[in-house]
Design a protein around this ligand. Structure first.
Ligand code: GLY
Length: 237
């Protein structure tokens, strides 16, 4: 399992990196990398999304471009094969930043996205995980950040959320400033118990600390120290 996860990460990195090497944008690179992880059953996003307490998948994703601070997000979608792609579509084709549920899926249809049958996300392993879970449990949200040759940085995050979450629960991943952030200085993607990341505006906190002159490593460590007491064990890219 660990080997399969490492292989998936390597494939995502290689794909994103080859886009950057050939002069592509950081936005294209992170989207491509995240789509690879969404299509891999070993990650909690897209195909591998965990089940909520009603034995369904509700997925969240967001994307942000540093220089322009353009952002897009979708939350609680259950028929979108690649939620990160729809987050980008919301950013580039609507006046809005975040779309949820049926409204997001309607936009997807208008944009020519193929809606998949919820069976596409079925996984015995994830169903088993739901059955043994007594309380909310986390299984690796996916995220990517990239810097392209023009100097633009982008960030994206995609997740099935927490096993056994209540239907309708939305975590930090689609919330700009909580799970994802990018500006001209830093691109951030968070993973962990989303409620704590929302309550601390965790991704944006790193940007604020850098603006005030803090070192990047210290800013990341101190952000995680702020999140931890609220139950937010996790990490950040
Ligand atoms: N960080 C992902 C979530 O809480 O849904």
């Amino acid at each position: 399992k660990q080997k399969a996860i490492q292989e998936g990460l390597k494939q995502a990195l290689a794909t994103g990196y080859s886009i950057l090497e050939s002069g592509g944008s950081s936005l294209d690179a992170i989207e491509a990398a995240i789509m690879i992880l969404e299509d891999n059953i070993n990650f909690n996003a897209g195909k591998g999304s965990v089940y909520n307490s009603a034995e369904k998948q509700e997925m969240d994703a967001s994307i942000m471009v540093g220089d322009s601070q353009q952002a897009g997000a979708v939350a609680s979608v259950s028929r979108i094969k690649n939620p990160i792609k729809l987050a980008r579509y919301v950013m580039e084709n609507t006046k809005h930043v975040m779309m949820v549920g049926e409204g997001a899926e309607k936009i997807a249809k208008e944009g020519g996205f193929e809606l998949v049958n919820p069976d596409y996300f079925a996984s015995i392993e994830n169903l088993e995980r739901l059955k043994v879970t007594q309380e909310k449990e986390k299984l690796g949200t996916v995220g990517a950040v990239a810097l392209d040759q023009s100097g633009t940085i982008s960030a994206g995050t995609s997740t099935g959320g927490m096993t056994n979450k209540k239907p309708g629960r939305i975590g930090d991943s689609p919330i700009i400033g909580a799970g994802t952030w990018a500006d001209s200085t830093v691109a951030v993607s968070c993973t962990g118990v989303g409620e704590a990341y929302i309550r601390t505006c965790a991704a944006h906190e790193i940007s604020t600390r850098l603006r005030l002159g803090q070192d990047l490593k210290v800013a990341c460590a101190e952000m995680l120290d702020m999140v931890a007491p609220l139950g937010g064990r996790g990490g950040v890219i």
